[in-house]
Design a protein around this ligand. Sequence first.
Ligand code: NAD
Length: 349
Amino acid sequence: MTAPQPSAKAFVPFVSVETMMRLVHHIGIETMLVELAGTIEADFRRWDVFDKTPRIASHSNDGVIELMPTSDGEIYAFKYVNGHPKNIAQGLQTVTAFGLLAQVSTGYPLLLAEMTLLTALRTAATSAMAARHLAPKGVTTMAMIGNGAQAEFQALAMKALLGIKTVRLYDIDPQATEKTRRNLTRSGLELITCNTAQAAIEGAGIITTCTADKQYATILTDNMVGAGVHINAIGGDCPGKTELHKDILLRADTFVEYSPQTRIEGEIQQMAEGYPVTELWQVVSGAMAGRRDQNQITLFDSVGFAIEDFSALRYVHKKLSGTGFSQDLDIIADPDDPRDLFGMLQRAQ
Ligand SMILES: NC(=O)c1ccc[n+]([C@@H]2O[C@H](COP(=O)([O-])OP(=O)(O)OC[C@H]3O[C@@H](n4cnc5c(N)ncnc54)[C@H](O)[C@@H]3O)[C@@H](O)[C@H]2O)c1
């Protein structure tokens, strides 16, 4: 006799890496970046409704493993993500992730999804959303320092949301730059390979730093940064892991996601506790100014916040309805009588 099959209550839609890849191409990567930015911005506008906490980080000498939870009262989400800069040497990625959405009213999961690709997409969408408020008007050139896994996503988001036309690439590893140049060949972007970070930032209105090194690094020094630029600092996102010389922060107006987390993890960990920052949601909602004048140096000190992952998972969940872009995973126990969990176990005898 075959064991009774679980009912529909047992199944949770699962978006694998392979399915996420197909979904991204189905939507179109630039369209998805624009839509994700819109979804994240809409959630930043209702900032008050969310549970917020600095992410829960487990540090080791090799890297960090983090849990990023939040809820808007109806839907709960968390992401598991790591950051291991030394992984590359073993043929492993620096950042991998997966995440879950759940219904607050029952605690039942709604979606389980890969989030390595989705993190790259949501990080780029958030960067471009921030740049839309902070970058100089009419900017067409960006520098992309650090040409690893996130790089192409960052460039395409700036193209799709801000009309960036030229990307000046630099990485300490020329092979990384070559990989990025190759991947973006048909993107419509003009790509310029540079031999130093200094050369990369020449004429760039947006400077993105997206390097991975578990130390206080100095990718940009104060004398490199001219008036009027927007710095999109992605790679400094852990205690002891920064990219900018602190003197830049003394000249810049700094914008962050959630200041209690960024003071632990961001570039501003180098600054005194009272160093002034503006949270991005305040700019998005119109409560605070973004860019005020042409000479201002704006800095988006990005570390990645749970609400961006919540928005990205909800976006994917909405896109799934009526499509084949998920598989059903049997991950919820489904006894015939909810109290008879032991009885359900007997089904498999
Ligand atoms: N802010 C966020 O939301 C967010 C999201 C994802 C990743 N990150 C961070 O972004 C960084 C990049 O992530 P990734 O997945 O692209 O990593 P990756 O390891 O794939 O790429 C990092 C690149 O930086 C280069 N690099 C290292 N030191 C450099 C230097 N001094 N100058 C120029 N290039 C240098 C490396 O050669 C490598 O190509 C990581 O630190 C990661 O933790 C932040």
